[in-house]
Design a binder for this molecule. Sequence first.
Ligand SMILES: [Zn+2]
Ligand SMILES: [Zn+2]
Length: 341
Amino acid sequence: MARTLASAPLRKPTRRTEVGRGERVLPGAWRLRLPLPWPGVPHCNAFALAAGDGIVLVDCGAHLPGSMTDLDRALDQVGLRIEDVRLLVCTHAHIDHCGQAAAVQERSGCDLWIHPRHEHLTAAADDEEAALARRVEIARQSGVPEAPLQEWAESRRASDPGFEGPLVAARDLVDGVEVETDLGRWHVIETPGHAPSHVVLHQPERRLLITGDHVLGRIALFFEYGWSTDPVGQFLASLERVEGLDVRLSLAGHGRPFTDFPGHVSGTRALVHERLDAVQAALAAHGAATAFDVLPDVYGERFTPPAVPALLTKARAYLEHLEAQGRARRVDDDPVRWSPA
Ligand SMILES: [Zn+2]
Ligand SMILES: [Zn+2]
């Protein structure tokens, strides 16, 4: 999941009712379930992998009040400590996966490995006002009315960014890199689309895959918009990249580990195509429409004020993909309107 541009700005934090929990998934692999204060996304997972006299930590949770305590508690439940972390590997630069990376590094002295395309998070963190202005402009061009737009910008200014940098990578997590653990070597596979910085980690002998947010047990889609061309096209290509992997158990960034990886890949792809068809049908119904105009058609009851930023981000990405596919064309620039091609 993400809490970026438009993804979580109107989400008000919910009361904390959960704490971090740890559980063994396999000998030498532990799931650390870390609470998140976001409606609909109650927690994220980090994974601890035994590695020599310590552990490799994959992802680490957001930097929010109580987050470090949750991570400590989850580790403690499985007999581990933050000081055991020898290497921190982040599947992608969303705050629930790398928000407290710098704090983990400071406490453990470990290196960080992450994909170099993390500017979708770090550029925004470096200049929050400029990033907000850019996001407001994208939303305005997408047809969001002025009043809710200003309300969103205000709530965004007041919200906790959930990230404390810097992200200083000792190694770029790109194709070909391997992560050594007691379970064997994990192969890094670049899977952009959900975010430009996304990777998955495959352990072929044990048939394990750390999927991050690329393929989830309970299918949910998000595409970071504005940092790459056609993120939906990239996401579909990234599904193809992982589809043929031999996987017995998937360790995802949210929810329980799951089996039937191929079924989840096809279900994820089917949902992308369902949404693309729905966006195209909405364009046909409207004649010409902004991204904002198509949201009620595509998302029905899920179209609520707090959900608008995330849905809008996705709708822009779908429209860009339809345009790339020759299924839609831009007919106006300000706000941007599309018609069926
Ligand atoms: Zn996530
Ligand atoms: Zn994410």
